[in-house]
Design a protein around this ligand. Structure first.
Ligand code: SF4
Length: 279
């Protein structure tokens, strides 16, 4: 309020901003009045209860406060549980490709099992036409989605800087069980129209590349399964991130894993993308 009054005195208000400033003041004052109204009403109700029911009202109020404290405590512990699950996953020093593979396999297995159970519950609840069951399962589904969104949304932060990372010696593809990127890409049967807009968009073309190069040796060159990203020299002697968008197999890894959160995967033109004819 003081700041607004000062800005009015300084003639900082103009025709366009005045309406926002006035509505801001009205919002603040309404908030105060509403809080005061709620506080007085609650105090009035408590006073009436104490006046009419005396000791019983007092006991009831104490029990109500204890219930609130208990509920808050349970909610807090639940939040703490979620946090520790995330820190357990991210705090672990997974260094070999085998460990990484096992860790991912277990996590994906657990997630798929949960999805299967949830789908079964949804079908049962819908079949029973019971509002209570449908509400219960929708709460469970929301909880599941929140848990995995938190993991998904924090994934990029787990990437180690080049200086702290150990190099992993991947065996060369044997051509029987393991294959090189280009031959796997060929199997994807990719199709993108040459002149369609690039569906991998960079929010910042310079700073993010500099920070990714300095700290992580531009990881997109390695994690992208289709070799879409290449750091190349430009004509001025600097570096640019070259994007071969037509090779993209639409896995969305870059959207999740880029440490600068600079890459956005947007939906390409209809009919574009991989076409695994043998699947
Ligand atoms: S979506 Fe997957 S394949 Fe496409 S550019 Fe990103 S990481 Fe590469």
């Amino acid at each position: 309020m003081v700041a607004m009054g000062t800005s009015l005195a300084d003639k900082a208000w103009d025709r366009d901003s005045a309406v926002y400033r006035v509505s801001g003041v009205i919002n603040v004052i309404s908030g105060w009045l509403l809080t005061a109204l709620l506080a007085f009403t609650t105090a009035g109700i408590i006073a009436c209860l104490l006046y009419f029911f005396q000791i019983y009202a007092l006991i009831g109020l104490v029990l109500f406060v204890m219930f609130l404290v208990y509920k808050t405590n349970v909610a807090f512990k639940k939040r703490l549980g979620k946090k520790s699950e995330i820190s357990q996953l991210f705090g672990k020093d997974v260094i070999t490709s085998e460990e990484l593979y096992l860790e991912s396999e277990q996590r994906i297995g657990v997630a798929l099992q949960e999805v299967g159970t949830l789908i079964q519950k949804v079908i049962d609840a819908l079949g029973s036409e019971s509002k209570k069951k449908i509400e219960k399962v929708s709460l469970e589904a929301r909880d599941f989605s929140e848990r995995y969104e938190t993991l998904y949304g924090s994934f990029y932060a787990t990437l180690k800087k080049t200086a702290d990372a150990k190099s992993i010696n991947y065996p060369k593809p044997d051509g029987q069980l393991t294959f090189d990127r280009l031959s796997s890409l060929y199997l994807a049967g990719l199709y993108h129209q040459e002149d369609q807009p690039v569906h991998l968009q960079l929010a910042d073309t310079e700073q993010a590349l500099i920070s990714n190069l300095l700290n992580f040796a531009e990881p997109a060159q390695r994690y992208c399964p289709a070799g879409v990203y290449e750091v190349i020299d430009d004509e001025t002697g600097g570096k640019v991130l070259h994007i071969n968008a037509q090779n993209c197999v639409h896995c969305k890894t870059c959207d999740i894993k880029d440490p600068a959160q600079n890459i956005t995967w947007v939906t390409p033109e209809g009919g574009s993308g991989p076409n695994y004819s043998n699947m």
